[in-house]
Design a protein around this ligand. Structure first.
Ligand SMILES: CCCCC/C=C\C/C=C\C/C=C\C/C=C\C/C=C\CC/C=C/C(=O)SCCNC(=O)CCNC(=O)[C@H](O)C(C)(C)COP(=O)(O)OP(=O)(O)OC[C@H]1O[C@@H](n2cnc3c(N)ncnc32)[C@H](O)[C@@H]1OP(=O)(O)O
Ligand SMILES: Cc1cc2nc3c(=O)[nH]c(=O)nc-3n(C[C@H](O)[C@H](O)[C@H](O)COP(=O)(O)OP(=O)(O)OC[C@H]3O[C@@H](n4cnc5c(N)ncnc54)[C@H](O)[C@@H]3O)c2cc1C
Length: 670
């Protein structure tokens, strides 16, 4: 597909593609998850790339107002095409993804609709989702406030029941209770699920969700008592500035009682508070759903950055033989490989763990429907932990890819600054990554204490049941080749994760109270949580390799990437592995030696491995990452599109530059 996009011009990367030792189409299927997934993704990517309305090559040069209007235009056009072409939900989601411009529709589909699905009664779903599915209303998710984001229980907005009118009075009692951040709230949304403290019969029952209409469906003006605006420009050009993140104050706004989302709890006509038999944590269910989707987003963002850096690294040449021979492709430098190939491996690792997480989420949702809530804590820990580890690693990697591309990586036309700016907030939204890792740590501490009392852990913590062995085992690795053994790799990751968790639990137990111990040890707990999450990623990669993987050489390449993913973590976190006694210094250096060999084996396949991501030039949006490798022509062409180049002599010359130059010239003649 990318070849069609490239239009049959010279392929500067043909030599690189010729050295691939595997079937790229087979790898595309492994990456996408199925042949069907490749086909739909291709079709939707081409639809977007071939439609002039979805152009984005000058996006970073637009003013905020122009960018916002462009987003409205693209969203409306996407909806028109969705209806005209009778796209399925899967196709429509992909269309939105390839348009690649954050906007109100993300919040509408990814949070507003799921919040009503998860927290609304059947009747409420029927009423509100019917309108939402037809875009008769546009919704957002208004939880965070100026004063509180992470601490959801600390939110201040109130919803006070008035039995005399059968209404809730929605109110922002303080400046810090202003809703702050919700996407689409600023200028677009007509409705929102608003989270507020429910007060009835004089008692505060904590945070609950309410559906509120915010703007008139006739002229879009805010309804009486509601003050709304945009919170202002954000990091970088283009990027997340297409989104109208908003601020909202409510002044005693009345809504009917039946607009409280009543699946988890109800308020009766008389004002009695009644809690259902479902756990109250389901209030957080929308966040669990979105965290799961963010892992897939992270692998996509990381793979885009890696695709750009690998292709450019194969084109870019610096230095050469002293005898005047050809210069060296920068991708051939070992330092470049050791910085870049772990990201290539991570992109595949995050992709596969994201596919597994989607399965886990579906499984938990089915269990919840039959009132089995037993796997909810694990689903929370897995989504929180994986969201955290994958988004942090992705943001760091995109930044490093910019450096890997040298000066040209710093240009907007490389695509990397925008990719970084748009993915950086994923470390914060849907839960700050450190706050989420502390949730994982809490789950681990509980599991350790259950193991100590003889309970057998299940799922992703099942390894903790093997405590006798894992607390004292020594790695069996004796040669460089031994690090090829998945069982040997898994064992050291399990031992490291368990020992770090047990160390924390033991140290907490020495503190005056559990709470003080947890707080004092929180930096160690975060590291223990990261070790546990990295173990999940490594394990799921190893399990993926046990599946039927079709295509010549595909499995072999994935085995190498799995090795790189695991061994680069051992290298990076060697302190953990040494201090917990899981590996010796010698085994650590054997792992590093193995890593070097794997980099050399991946090198001839690097360009083909990023081709397998199957991105169009439109989606990649990078002069450096073009499929045909014609980097320099593209950079040169892109430069001339800058508004500064619209005139040869710049605006401001007559007022500021000319007088200065004339003045200095006059002075020099005196
Ligand atoms: C180059 C250009 C590219 C352009 C790209 C363009 C487009 C992209 C294209 C597509 C993108 C597609 C999709 C994008 C998807 C999403 C991104 C879109 C938009 C992002 C919008 C962002 C939205 C938000 O941020 S919404 C607000 C989110 N807020 C948070 O996450 C708050 C975090 N805080 C919490 O979750 C909680 O407060 C807390 C930290 C968990 C603490 O909770 P609290 O109740 O105080 O209690 P505890 O006492 O700790 O816990 C009590 C008990 O409950 C358990 N618990 C907690 N949470 C959960 C849960 N979620 N599920 C289950 N159980 C939970 C907890 O463990 C504890 O249990 P215990 O008592 O047994 O220990
Ligand atoms: C681009 C973007 C889009 C967003 N979209 C939405 C949206 O649509 N709807 C919505 O409701 N919200 C949205 N948000 C808000 C987002 O969910 C919050 O910003 C996020 O949950 C973090 O909360 P905070 O800003 O209060 O950070 P804070 O909690 O104030 O974090 C500040 C620092 O304190 C640390 N910290 C906080 N608590 C602890 C603790 N217990 N222990 C240790 N360290 C701690 C954090 O690690 C962080 O370093 C969005 C945010 C962004 C950036």
């Amino acid at each position: 597909m990318a070849a069609a996009d490239w239009g049959g011009k010279a392929d500067h990367l043909a030599g690189e593609r010729a050295t691939a030792q595997f079937d790229v189409d087979g790898m595309k299927v492994a990456w996408a998850g199925s042949r069907h997934a490749v086909e739909v993704a291709d079709r939707m990517a081409c639809l977007v790339a071939s439609d002039p309305v979805f152009r984005k090559d000058t996006r970073t040069m637009l003013s905020r107002k122009e960018l916002f209007k462009d987003t409205l235009k693209k969203a409306a056009h996407a909806w028109k095409r969705t209806v005209e072409l009778h796209l399925t939900e899967e196709e429509a989601n992909l269309l939105r993804l390839y348009i690649d411009q954050p906007g109100y529709v993300d919040l509408h589909w990814v949070m507003f609709v799921p919040a009503i699905k998860g927290q609304g009664t059947e009747e409420q779903q029927k009423k509100w989702l019917t309108m939402a599915y037809k875009f008769q209303i546009i919704g957002t998710y208004a939880q965070t406030e100026l004063g509180h984001g992470s601490n959801v229980q600390g939110l201040e907005t109130t919803a006070t029941f008035d039995p005399s009118t059968d209404e809730f009075i929605m109110h922002s009692p303080t400046l810090t209770s202003s809703k702050w951040w919700p996407g689409g709230l600023g200028k677009t949304s007509t409705h929102a699920v608003v989270y507020a403290r429910l007060i009835t019969e004089g008692k505060d029952y904590g945070i609950h969700g309410f559906i509120m209409q915010l703007r008139s469906l006739d002229d879009h003006s805010p309804l009486p008592g509601i003050t709304i605006g945009d919170i202002g420009g954000k990091f970088g050009s283009g990027a997340y500035n297409s989104m109208d993140n908003g601020v909202m104050r409510l002044d005693h706004v009345r809504i009917p009682r039946d607009q409280m989302l009543m699946r988890l709890a109800q308020v009766t006509r008389e004002g009695k508070y009644v809690h259902s038999d479902v756990p109250k944590q389901l209030l957080y269910g929308t966040m669990v759903y979105v965290r799961q989707t963010i892992v897939a987003d992270a692998s996509r963002a990381l793979s885009r950055a890696v695709c750009i850096a690998v292709r450019y690294g194969a084109i870019r040449k610096q230095f050469g033989s002293k005898a005047g021979g050809p210069e060296t492709q920068v991708l051939n430098y070992k330092t470049q490989q050791s910085r870049l190939f772990p990201f290539l491996a991570s992109a595949y690792a995050f992709r596969f763990v994201g596919q597994w997480l989607k399965w886990l989420y579906t499984d938990v949702t089915q269990k919840l429907e039959s009132k089995d809530f037993s796997t909810l804590p694990e689903a929370h820990a897995c989504t929180a932990g994986l969201k955290s580890v994958t988004t942090s690693a992705t943001a760091d990697a995109i930044e490093e890819c910019q450096k890997l591309c040298g000066g040209h990586g710093y240009l907007n036309s490389s695509g990397l600054p925008e990719l970084f700016a748009v993915n950086l907030p994923a470390c914060t939204y849907e839960g700050d990554n450190v706050v989420l890792l502390l949730q994982v740590a809490r789950f681990l501490m509980k599991t350790v204490s259950q193991v100590a009392s003889g309970k057998q852990p299940v799922g992703t913590t099942a390894y903790m049941g093997n405590i006798q062995h894992l607390m004292q085992c020594k790695s069996v690795v004796n040669t460089v080749e031994d690090w090829l053994n998945p069982a040997a790799i898994k064992e050291v990751f399990e031992a490291r994760a368990l020992r770090m968790a047990v160390n924390c639990a033991q140290n907490i137990s020495k503190a005056p109270s559990q709470e003080e111990g947890f707080s004092e040890l929180s930096p160690d707990l975060v590291e223990a949580a990261v070790a546990h999450v990295q173990l999940i990623i490594v394990t799921k990669f190893i399990e993926k390799l046990q599946e039927d993987i079709l295509g010549h050489g595909v499995k072999e390449q994935l085995q190498k990437l799995c090795g790189i993913y695991a061994l680069h973590l051992i290298h990076k976190h060697l302190g953990d592995f040494l201090s917990t006694g899981c590996v010796t210094a010698r085994q650590g250096s054997l792992a590093n030696e193995r890593l070097g060999k794997l980099y050399a084996q991946v090198r001839p396949n690097a360009v083909a491995l990023v081709d397998a991501f199957d991105y169009t030039d439109h989606y990649l949006g990078s002069a450096l990452g073009r499929y045909d490798g014609d980097v320099y022509s593209a950079l040169y062409k892109e430069a001339w599109k800058d508004p500064l180049n619209e005139t040869v002599v710049p605006d401001g010359y007559q007022e500021h530059l000319r007088p200065l130059l004339k003045q200095q010239l006059k002075l020099s003649r005196l």
